[in-house]
Structure formats: C-alpha cells, structure tokens
Design a protein around this ligand. Structure first.
Ligand code: F6R
Length: 595
C-alpha cells in the first residue's frame, strides 16, 4: 500500500515522477505528492485525491525543474487524509525529503525523543520521523555523510519500510527496504535510475531492473552503489530484464483498466498454462508425496485456492487444506518438514501471505508460490515459483489474475493424476470460450442485467460444490467495485439462516453448472424464488426458474473459470452505472502490504 517513486538522471524529474505515480495509483490514492531537488531548496507539491486527475505539465509550473526527485501516492494508515499527512515529508531545514511505504512501529518513541530535542512535527504520520532523524545525525555528527546518516537512521527504525530520500546539498538519492517492496529501474542513459514500488511504474523507460532485498540500500550519485544496511558491506548485483511491455501497462482503447484486463483473459489463460511440463509435473508429484498440502492466499486469490481444492478433490481425490493467509499462524502446530505450502498471490507482496511463509519456514515446510509479479518478495522467499505471466494487473480488482490462478491450479490437479495433456487441452478450450464471453456482443445481456440491478441495495449469490467459491468471489467483485451489499453463500446454507433476508424482489444470482450440484441448486433457487427473490441464473442452459439468464459454456471441471467472467463484466457495469471508478474502489489498494 502506498506507491513510491524516485528519479535521478539527466532529464526533468517531475513529469517522469508524475507519470510513474499515475501508474502506481492502484497502491493508494488518498493523496499524492512530489519533491524535486533544486539548486537552493527542495520544492514540494502535495494534493488530496488521485494523481490521475493531475496535469503533469500544468502543475509543473509550481515546482522546480530539477533532475532528481521523489514521489508518493498514499493509502492512509497513520493520520487522516490531509495535505500535512501526505508525503514527501521534509526535514526541518527543508533540505531532506523522504517518501515511505510501510509502518514504523516505534515511531511514537522516536517522535518523543526528537520532540525533546526541539523538532516540531507537522504531520500525524509515522513517516515524518525519518527526515528528522537523518537531519539530526547530520547536525550532530561532524563530517558524517548523507549516506551514513541515512544508514544510522535505518538502524533505529522498527517495522516495515521502503524509503527513498533525497538531499539537496549532497545531490544524492538513497533508497532502502525492509518488508516493503522496492525495485530499481536502470535507465538506458548512463547515471539514470528510477526507483519504484513496482515495475510498471518505469517500464516505459527501462526493462532492466535490480531487485533490492531486505536490509539493502542503494545510493545514487552518478552511479549506483548497493550496500547491506546493517554491515555497510558493498553488494554486487546484476540487473535482470523484465518481460513486460508498456502497452500492457496502458489502458489503450479502454476507459478503465478493469474492462481491459477482463478482455485480456483469453490470452492470459493461454499464457498461464504455458509452463514447463516437467516443472508442473514435479510440483504435482510433490503435492502427491507431501504429508499435507496447504493452499495459502488472501481475498480473490483465496477464492481461487478454495475453488482449486474442489478441483483437486474431484479430479485427484486429494484433500488440500485451504487457509486464509491471515489465519495461517493458527495452523503452525500441524506443520512438519513433510508439509508442502503453496501460496497464491498476484502481487507477491501481501503481508499476511509473507507472514504465513515465515511461520511455515520455521517449521521446515517447503514453499511453492504461484505469483504474477516477477521478483516480488513472495517469489524471493519461496523454494520454487510458477509465474502467472498475466502481465501487469493495474485495476485494484483481481480479474485476469484470478482466472490465471485457477488455470494453473487446474493444470496441477490434472498433472497430479498423470493427465497433464488432458488438462492443457481443456484449458485451451476454456480460453477460447473466455474469449467469446468477453466479446462486446456477448456481454450485452449482462449489461442489461447490470442496468436492472444498479439501484438495488442487497444482492445474494449462491452456488454448491465448486460453484460455492465462485459465489464468494462473485460477491467480492460486486461489493468492492459497486458498493452494493453482496454476499455469497453455499446453496445448502440458505435454510440455516440467510433465507430470512429474502423478500419480494431481492436479487439472487444462482450458479447452476452442468454438474452433480445442478438439481439441488435449482431446488435452492426455487425455495428463494417462492419467497419473492428475483433469480438470475448463470448456467449452460436456461430454466423456467430463472427471471434473467446468463449463458455460460459447459466446460466440466474448469467451469469456475468461465462462470466468473460474466460476473466480472456485471461488476464493471454496476460500477459504471452507479458512477464509481472501477479501477480505484474507495478505501482499497492493490497490494495489501500491511496486516
Ligand atoms: C479483490 C482483490 C483482493 C486480492 C487480495 C490478495 O479483487 O484484488 O482481494 O485478491 O488482496 O492479493 P494478492 O493476490 O496480490 O496476494
């Protein structure tokens, strides 16, 4: 959460930083700010709201035209959404500017000490202690360099951080990380570096990246020097080339990333299943041989994991433990070195997932991750990783990453019974169907349903068997982007309480695929219809119970992949009809790097 950027090179920094922040906006959009180093002083611009609304050329008149600067787009944790709490934060002499992503847990004690020394805080944030500490070291230790003052400051910080700092007097930019992401783009021109929370922020300028590890810092002053922030030892690192291109990070002809990413799914499913057969088979064998396999994930990724556990049960008669990553520490007593943990995460930066990995590693558990962002913390902390190859997912909502996760997990289920080729053939066919389901002509009937639902306050979704996780995911998609209260239930749960919510006209989406659940889910649909519910059936075949019908193909074990597509489309149009920004739902951020 929060996106940070730093630029040092020969070009004007401000427009580059603003454009990068616009791409990073999915990490937070409560407020934004930029600081640019000048000859005499640092100039700062801060605004409440989304940087997407800012005009990089118009606003540039308010700021100097220096070639070194930093920027931040905020998801508020400590302190409300105000200009004072927005980053960058400055030292009291105004020379040092800092942006921070993460949480400084001991900030109250640090603040108290600094206050005793006469420092006056302008914000309520945990981050503001950082420039003051650097300044304090510079003032009180004669001859100390900016680099050393920065490193000494790091030694006082407890918690998580990705920090970029600049200092006018030293013409130097420094960054460091601990448990919050930071990547360095190495520019094409000598001496040009762009630091960011995530690769898409600078993909327009370079594909050469250096990933910083925890407790590493990088100092930029003409060239780049990476050191261990604890020992001060120099670390040699090679840059890697990232296989993403700028078009993937742009909206193109689409107004919003959400619809663009929904429409990409035929391609992204094909890319997800384009894996090394031997690696897939080895992982499937490891699942078979393990003494207990855990799927660990959060949010939509958790729904994908839950859905896949049904697929494993159906195809391979294999039990998988699925645990929401935030609850995983409660399972540590069941872990042994024979346990296999498979973590599923688009960003690879979700704090709860990374924490679960820490807990499991202590018990000698082998960690495999299915991840979209190359070089992410999760990837670096896993024994093996499978990349989803979905390209950057910029809309806050998971759409293409969800179906990529389902595709890879389905492939593993087939491989675990020696039917990898059969699994691949099915998923190729699914990808084609998904292409049809996202076709502008096909979605028209779903748009009509969205228009019917747009003013409703509540909406319920039911499914049985492998459609139950689809119902949970469908409810999450609808509620997070349209703010309509939507809840997903297992069809069988209705009579144990939720049916009390049904009254005349209550809309209910019913997943009724052509599988063993069909008869019973239709009975459940009938039970709520007789109490006045308006039934929207998502099925391969229309039924007289349905008031509205959304047709999906019958693709057997892979039906969760096709079934969610119309609901993604529905969610998108509900947001549009209700005047919500589908890419930036309120209160949310894409990478949940805080617990
Ligand atoms: C919902 C959504 C979130 C994420 C969750 C996990 O649309 O995007 O629920 O799925 O925050 O994120 P990753 O997959 O990055 O670990």
């Amino acid at each position: 959460m929060c996106g940070i950027v730093g630029y040092k090179g020969k070009r004007e920094a401000y427009p580059i930083i603003v454009d990068s922040l616009k791409i990073l906006e999915y990490r937070g959009y409560d407020s934004w700010g930029v600081a640019i180093s000048g000859n005499l002083s640092t100039s700062v611009i801060k605004e409440i709201g989304m940087i997407g609304d800012a005009d990089s050329l118009g606003d540039a008149s308010k700021i100097n035209r220096g070639t070194m600067g930093i920027g931040h787009t905020r998801w508020a944790t400590h302190g409300t959404v105000t200009i004072e709490n927005s980053h960058p934060h400055l030292s009291s002499d105004g020379k040092i500017a800092v942006v921070h992503n993460g949480i400084i847990e001991n900030y109250q004690a640090l603040r108290k000490n600094l206050k005793k020394k006469g420092y006056v805080f302008k914000s309520e944030t945990d981050s503001e202690v950082i420039p003051y500490l650097i300044e304090d070291f510079l003032k009180n230790k004669k001859g100390i360099s900016f680099e050393d003052a920065f490193r000494k400051t790091l030694s006082l910080l407890e918690g998580t951080y990705a920090i970029v700092a600049i200092h006018d007097g030293f013409d130097t930019m420094i960054c460091a990380r601990k448990d919050s992401p930071i990547v360095i783009g190495v520019g094409v021109d000598a001496g040009e570096y762009i630091i960011a929370s995530d690769v898409p922020a600078f993909i327009e300028h370079t594909k050469n990246v250096v990933f910083l590890e925890n407790r590493e810092m990088a100092v930029f002053n003409g060239d780049m020097k990476i050191i261990c922030s604890v020992t001060g030892k120099i670390i040699t690192k090679k840059s890697q080339v990232i296989d993403w291109d700028i078009e993937q990070a742009k909206k193109g002809e689409f107004k919003y990333y959400m619809l663009k990413e929904i429409s990409e799914q035929k391609e992204t499913i094909n890319k997800a299943i384009h894996q090394d057969d031997k690696v897939i088979q080895d992982i499937a064998d490891a699942i078979n041989e393990s003494y207990g396999t855990f799927f660990i994930a959060s949010g939509s990724s958790y729904h994908a994991a839950l859905s896949a556990s049904y697929t494993f049960s159906r195809i391979a008669k294999k039990h998988i433990n699925v645990v929401d990553s935030s609850e995983f520490p409660n399972y540590e007593h069941f872990l042994t070195p024979q346990t296999l943990m498979i973590t599923i995460s688009q960003s690879g930066e979700t704090a709860d997932v990374l924490d679960a990995v820490k807990v499991a590693k202590k018990k000698g558990v082998k960690i495999l991750s299915i991840v979209n962002v190359m070089g992410s913390s999760l990837m670096r902390n896993s024994d093996h990783s499978l990349l989803m190859n979905a390209g950057p997912e910029i809309c806050v909502l998971s759409t293409k990453s969800y179906t990529s996760q389902l595709s890879i997990l389905t492939l593993l289920a087939y491989a675990s019974v020696g039917k990898l080729d059969e699994g691949k053939a099915l998923l190729r066919c699914v990808a084609n169907h998904v292409g049809e389901l996202t076709d502008p002509k096909t979605i028209l009937s779903t748009v009509e349903v969205a228009s019917y639902l747009k003013d409703k306050e509540h909406l319920y979704i039911i499914g049985r068997g492998q459609s139950y996780p689809t119902a949970l995911e469908a409810a999450l998609k609808i509620k997070e982007v349209s703010y309509i209260h939507a809840e997903g239930f297992a069809g069988g749960t209705l009579k144990h309480g939720p049916i009390a919510l049904i009254e005349k006209g209550t809309p209910c989406i019913v997943f009724a695929p052509n599988d063993e659940t069909k008869k019973e889910i239709l009975s459940n649909a009938m039970e709520i219809k007789s109490r006045g519910a308006h039934i929207i059936g998502v099925s391969d075949k229309d039924n007289e119970i349905f008031d509205d019908f959304i047709k999906v193909p019958d693709v057997g074990h892979a039906s969760p992949i096709c079934d969610i597509i119309p609901i993604q489309v529905l969610s998108y149009y509900l947001a549009i009809f209700r005047g919500c920004n589908p890419d930036r739902p309120r209160n949310l951020a894409k990478s949940v790097t805080v617990k």
